[in-house]
Design a protein around this ligand. Sequence first.
Ligand code: NAD
Length: 429
Amino acid sequence: MVNLTGDDMRRFRGSDEKNPFEAMSERFDRAAKLLDLEEDLYAVMRVPSRELKVYIPVKMDSGHIEVFEGYRVQHNFARGPAKGGIRYAPDVSLDEVKALAAWMTWKCAVVNVPFGGAKGGIICDPRQMSIGELERLTRRYTSELIDFIGPEKDVPAPDMNTGEQTMAWIMDTYSMHARHTVTAVVTGKPIALGGSLGRREATGRGVLFVVNEAIKRFDLTPEQTTVAVQGSGNVGGIGAELMWEAGYKVVAISDINSGIHNPDGLNIPHVLEYLNQNKSLEGYPGVKQISNKDLLEIDCDVLAPCATENQITSENAGRIKCKILAEGANGPTTPKADKILHEKGVFVIPDILANAGGVTVSYFEWVQDRMGYFWSEDEVNVRLQDKMVASFNELCHYADKHNVDTRTAAYMLAIDRVAYDTRMRGIYA
Ligand code: NAD
């Protein structure tokens, strides 16, 4: 059984509140201990299965060669092929990718889809790169990973600063090596290339579905519920728009540079159109301009951090005013902040459930690609709703049964499922 010594704790956890892998490990340790997980399983499950580091030479438009550093971490295969996005950003680090890969394992287990977890990243600034440079970077990265990815091995998807075009390039590069088209090697592809209807909106829609369930616990209707959304990309922008369509009063939204606030509610389609045209929320009329930091602390019923990690920490958790925290982003809250939020009575919909709509429809895309038969958007959305609502209820039931907070319950439920499959397979023997 798990019996951590102080040294173990220090070695595993370190002291950096903002290290995502340590944040993941701390939650994992707590849940494993509460589950009384066998030591052997504990040792297998808390580390990644494989960490790949690649150096990617790319011919830049200027003619010179730049070498980029990239990663793919495959955390766990106990329940099926590994699954997880690829992120392009200047601050990508191996620890971040390791954490994101582990979160994918737990997320797939929470919504009970037959995948393990993986994640990839390249240290680059895509905003400073041309389309041609990004294509060459993506194709070369894919070539480096060719032996490690595939429909039965590891299935990448988009994450921050990657999208349908990136997935199309990966699918094409992989297919060139396979010498036939292999659509199921990635998800989040363009619809015409084997993508699924509803995938683009799936993560934001999943956030909507779990928020719909959570507000019932506070006897609120969408019309009575105010929402603040950090981030206006795939998750935040689409999530905010879907909540606005469903009748929620979205009072604040931001992008990486700044945010806007109007306590009477924002017209989200209009805001997103403005952002699309101006590449900034600055100058949007009739609102108060706020910072990302201010956004997290405004008065609202639902706060949805949908941008990046470490936004709610021990420094600002005491000032968070929402009733419900719907974590659209991965890892937006640190373990120290968890304790403060718990004491304040904030109902947390943890990231590994709240943003699982994306991987759920990625799973649907993989299924459709493999059978070569595609579903209508309504079919996709109904199946997504069934999955998200059932997983939400299962999680709340698990939290009540074990008398733990929802974050701990999510980890316990996930670890329980991965541990069961690992035990049955005997792959750690
Ligand atoms: P995106 O690139 O489409 O959008 C990111 C948004 O966050 C943008 O509005 C950007 O301006 C903003 N942002 C970036 N860095 C920021 C910072 N430091 N502070 C404040 N705002 C910042 O990315 P996305 O796909 O929407 O992903 C957002 C988060 O959701 C990430 O944590 C990602 O891992 C997670 N996630 C995404 C999906 C998906 O399907 N796209 C699925 C599950 C989880």
